[in-house]
Ligand binder design. Sequence first.
Ligand code: DGT
Ligand code: CA
Ligand code: CA
Ligand code: ZN
Length: 590
Amino acid sequence: MENIEIAGVLEELGDLLEINGSNPFRIRAYRNAVRTVLGLTRSLSAMVEAEEDLTELPAIGKDMSAHIVELLETGELARLAEVAAEVPRSLVQLVKLDGVGPKKTKKLWESLGVTTVDELEKALKDGRVESLEGFGATSVEKILTSIEDFRRYSGRFLISQVDELIGPLLAHMREGPGVERIEVAGSYRRRKETIGDVDLLVQAELPAPAVMEHFTAFGSVDRVVAAGDTRGAVVLRSGLEVDLRVIPGRSFGAALHYFTGSKEHNVAVRQIAQRQGLRVNEWGVFRMPEGVDPDEVGKEEGERVAGGTEESVFDVLDLAWVPPVLRENRGEVEAARDDSLPDLVTLEDIQGDLHMHSTWSDGKASVEEMAQACRARGYRYMAMSDHSPALAMVGGITPERAADQWEEIARVQEGLDGITIFKSLEVDILRDGSLDMTDEVLEALDLVVVSVHSLMDMDRVSMTDRVITAIQHPQVDILAHPTGRLLARREPFQIEMEEVLQAARDLNVAVEINASPHRLDLNDVHAHRAKELGVRVCISTDAHSVQRLDHMSYGVDQARRAWLNKGDVLNTMTLKQMQVWLDRRKGTSA
Ligand code: DGT
Ligand code: CA
Ligand code: CA
Ligand code: ZN
């Protein structure tokens, strides 16, 4: 069992206990344990195998440690089964709906007997929920919307979750008999924000029944859906579906191209091929003899002209190799033909992280730990941008405390060379577009990040005005997570992004691609529009812990999917350039 699966079970148990009205300390213990498990950089199974004492981990006591060992040894948890005998497990899906939560779930279940999302939807629509104490019409509307969102995303995984889940599977497959090469194709290779299923390609001599057997024998497999000669499919315990195709070397490149997709990209490539009298499929590229209808002959019929490598497929069609992140049929095939593909930004181009939190607000690490970690990642600069006080629940920094933090930043800076820490804050944009901080403090900061964290159900016009008003403040440098979306959990708020981006351009304010895999906000379309308009895009992690600084790569993938090159991205600047940019308004009349 992987850490992420263990965390999933503990979280489910925590949810069920909360619905059941258990002791809040007990519930908190599960929540904290989940956080610890998700934050680990090593696998629990390796730690248990090495007989390490799990209770030395934060928030892991004797019980929790025993749970983990039991899960690793048996794949099951007796305590979960006990609790599930009292509380239907399907209720945990209700807890995850925006606007429901454990308390309301309990109420819905006890008062109306609702146990599933479908039953809840029915009860919402026939008015039974509205008449319950603590619900009401607005609440009903909100829950109905979150059910729609839930349906849209259900079955899809965040790319970060997939990264965690498939590492061990890939390692397992590499040890398979006769396996010559492994690649993950599909939306995962295109680095999409969410992944429907994983498309695994294995190169091996056919027939290769041993490869398929090895695949279905993987420890985390819950269910085998198909297991043929060249094609298999399984569902992992996490619910993630994995397709496997076994492909001979002569076709591997063609299959990699075909199964990477997108479908739309494939269609565009096939059209180009047709014009050249060629046929492209998952087996290769073929020149068809005169007068033969490709639909009436076998897939490998005709003269094979390419297929072993993906490069050979593009090459024979007179196309430059297209990075998978661009394969969405948004002009990349034409650009490949004209040799005008963008020179995409890379992780190595990133010189600093301009949005992160410390223990001064809701972060887990000190200023010093975050600074050391940024330095270890090779950054030349970073912004320490804790929350402003409007976010009371996270202990935002008041104007009075700001100066104290600057003292600490100065002290940390003194002991550290090679990296410059910018004094910063992530300042809340209030209802009317004013900023949740005094001008005095804003002026004293090196860099000001602003964002919306409240009143997200405003109408489109008001929200657009609110955000544009905020970035008109002369001290604002970066607009963070501009649409507020949480993937699989909360839709973007209503906002006219075109107007916001134009204002950002006119005001010379940068917009963020928030690199957290839960946000990836801006999305690719908006980030591409920002580039077109000449708005600088900043890729920031918004890290609340040292490990999450590594989310930068997800932000870079998102930027690449938006066609951004190094010059489009603010934090590829050198320290000197960045300092000049931060001073950009001083020379103007304002
Ligand atoms: P997902 O799984 O929903 O996140 O998205 P994909 O893109 O991974 O889609 P999937 O798993 O259905 O198929 C993987 C790739 O295989 C897809 O991107 C393109 C290719 N493919 C699948 N079915 C077709 C098809 O009917 N026609 C063409 N041209 N390509 C297909
Ligand atoms: Ca897929
Ligand atoms: Ca698939
Ligand atoms: Zn933040």
